[in-house]
Design a protein around this ligand. Structure first.
Ligand code: GTR
Length: 425
C-alpha cells in the first residue's frame, strides 16, 4: 500500500510542478563545476590575441551555440519590402517623431509581416536608438492613441483584458511602466519596438511565424539543430536593423538591442549573431540568457526545455539535467558580443533568473574584454543592490521584482552615453 500511494503522488505531479518544487535557491547547494574557458579553444589552444579570437575561437563558439543551443537559421531570408503605415512629427508631447513601418517577407508561398514602431527625438537629426521587442503589442508600450493594434495571436491575460488571443483597445498603454519613452527621448535616444508575436507567436507550434518560410519540401518543424523561437526573434531584430540602415531618422551605427526576460535571451542572441548592433542589454534574462546554466540555481535547462519546448533547438534538450556535458556556458554567449558594450541587469526578487549567475557571466567574460583593451567587471563579488558597475561591460541588481523599471532605463541611458556612443566596433 505504501508503495502504491507513493506511485500515485509522483504520477499526478505535473512535470512543471515537480521541477518547481525541485528548484534550488540555496547558494550552498550550487554544484561544483568547471567554468568553460573563453581564451582556450575546444582543441586546447591558448588564444592570446584578438586576431586568434576572431579567426579561431569566436567562430567555433558561435557554431556551438548555433547547433546546440538556439539553433541555426536554415537559409537566408532578408529580402523584404517595407511600407510606412503612419507617421507624425508631433508625438510624445511634441518631442518626437513617430513612424510605424511594416516589413513584408514572402517565401514558400507564405507571407510574414511585422510592424516596427519608431520614436525618434525631434532635436536629434539621426538618432541613436534602443530596439526591443514588447510582449503584448506596440500599442501597450504607451498611451499614444495612434499606435496601430496588432492582429497577431496574443497570449490571453486577464489583467490586461486580453481574451480570445486578440489584442484590442482595452490593452492600450498597459505596459507603459516598462518603457520610459519620454526619458529615452529626453536623453537624446530613439526607441523602436516590435510585437514579438508578429515574428513568431510564443507557443509550441511551428506551423506559424517565421520558421515556415524556410522549410524545405515536406518539412513541418525545424530539424534538431535548427532555430527555435528565440533564434526566430533574434532574426527579426536583425531585419529591423536592415531597415534602419535605410531610415534617415536613425543612426544605424548606434542601435542598442534591448530585451527583458525571454526577450532578453533574444536580444543577447541577436547581439551575438549580428555584429551590427552597437550595444546589447539583457534585462532579467535568466536561464538561457545571461545566467550560467551550470550553477543550476533557479530555472534550469531541463525546466526551461519542458516548459517552453519551442524556445531552443531540439539538440539543447540533451543537456537536460546534464549540464556537465555542455562544452560552453552563457558567459561565452556574451563573449560573442565582445568587444561591444554589454549591460546585464538583475532584480533582487527575481531569484528564478539567478542574479548571481547573471553577474558571474559578466565577470567571466571580462578577460576577453581586457584582451581588446576594454574594461569589464574584475571582481567576482556581487555588487550591492542599486549600485551599478558601469564599464564597457556593465551590471546592476536593483530592488524589486522581475520587471523593467524607470531605474533600469536611467542606467541604460547614462551607460549608453558613456560607453556606446562613439565606441569603435
Ligand atoms: C518564465 C521563464 C523565464 C523567463 C520568463 C519571461 O516563465 O521561466 O525563463 O523567460 O518567463 O519571459 O517572462
Amino acid at each position: 500500500m505504501q508503495n502504491f500511494r507513493f506511485f500515485i503522488i509522483v504520477f499526478i505531479c505535473t512535470p512543471m510542478a515537480f521541477a518547481q518544487s525541485d528548484t534550488n535557491y540555496d547558494e550552498r547547494k550550487v554544484p561544483h563545476f568547471e567554468v568553460p574557458e573563453i581564451l582556450t579553444s575546444f582543441k586546447g589552444e591558448k588564444i592570446s590575441s584578438t586576431n586568434d579570437w576572431a579567426k579561431k575561437r569566436r567562430p567555433e563558439l558561435l557554431r556551438f551555440f548555433q547547433e546546440q543551443v538556439y539553433g541555426k537559421v536554415p537559409g537566408i531570408l532578408d529580402d523584404f519590402s517595407f511600407k510606412v503605415l503612419e507617421h507624425s512629427d508631433r508625438a510624445i508631447n511634441g518631442k518626437a517623431k513617430r513612424k510605424q513601418v511594416q516589413l513584408t517577407f514572402d517565401r514558400n508561398g507564405k507571407t510574414l509581416r511585422f510592424t516596427i514602431l519608431i520614436y525618434t527625438p525631434i532635436k536629434v537629426a539621426k538618432a541613436p536608438i534602443f530596439l526591443g521587442y514588447n510582449f503584448y503589442g506596440n500599442h501597450t508600450v504607451g498611451s499614444d492613441e495612434h499606435v496601430i493594434i496588432s492582429k497577431a495571436w496574443a497570449r490571453n491575460n486577464e489583467a490586461f483584458e486580453i481574451e480570445e488571443h486578440t489584442l484590442t483597445e482595452k490593452s492600450r498603454g498597459v505596459r507603459s511602466s516598462r518603457w520610459a519613452i519620454e526619458k529615452i527621448i529626453d536623453g537624446g535616444y530613439g526607441l523602436a519596438t516590435i510585437y514579438y508575436g508578429e515574428v513568431d507567436p510564443d507557443k509550441h507550434d511551428f506551423s506559424d511565424g517565421v520558421h515556415q518560410l524556410l522549410y524545405k519540401k515536406g518539412q513541418d518543424e525545424p530539424k534538431n539543430d535548427e532555430w527555435g523561437s528565440i533564434a526566430g526573434w533574434a532574426w527579426g531584430l536583425s531585419r529591423a536593423m536592415d531597415y534602419f540602415s535605410m531610415d534617415s531618422d536613425v543612426d544605424a551605427s548606434q542601435v542598442i538591442v534591448f530585451g527583458h526576460s525571454r526577450l532578453g535571451k533574444a536580444s543577447l542572441w541577436a547581439g551575438a549573431t549580428d555584429t551590427r548592433f552597437a550595444g546589447v542589454i539583457s534585462n532579467n534574462s535568466g536561464c538561457g540568457g545571461a545566467a550560467l546554466s551550470k550553477r543550476r540555481f533557479g530555472e534550469t535547462i531541463a525546466v526551461i526545455n519542458n516548459s517552453f519546448p519551442h524556445w531552443f533547438c531540439k539538440n539543447f534538450r540533451s543537456y537536460n539535467n546534464n549540464e556537465d556535458a555542455l562544452a560552453v556556458d552563457q558567459h561565452q554567449l556574451m563573449a560573442l558580443i565582445a568587444p561591444r558594450p554589454l549591460y546585464v541587469a538583475s532584480a533582487q526578487e527575481d531569484q528564478w533568473a539567478d542574479p548571481y549567475g547573471e553577474f558571474l557571466s559578466t565577470h567571466y567574460v571580462t578577460p576577453l574584454y581586457h584582451l581588446f583593451g576594454k574594461e569589464g567587471i574584475t571582481s567576482n563579488k556581487m555588487p550591492e543592490t542599486n549600485a551599478p558597475i558601469q564599464n564597457t561591460v556593465a551590471y546592476h541588481i536593483r530592488t524589486g521584482k522581475h520587471d523593467v523599471t524607470d531605474y533600469d532605463w536611467e542606467q541604460y541611458i547614462s551607460w549608453a552615453k558613456k560607453f556606446v556612443a562613439g565606441s569603435k566596433k
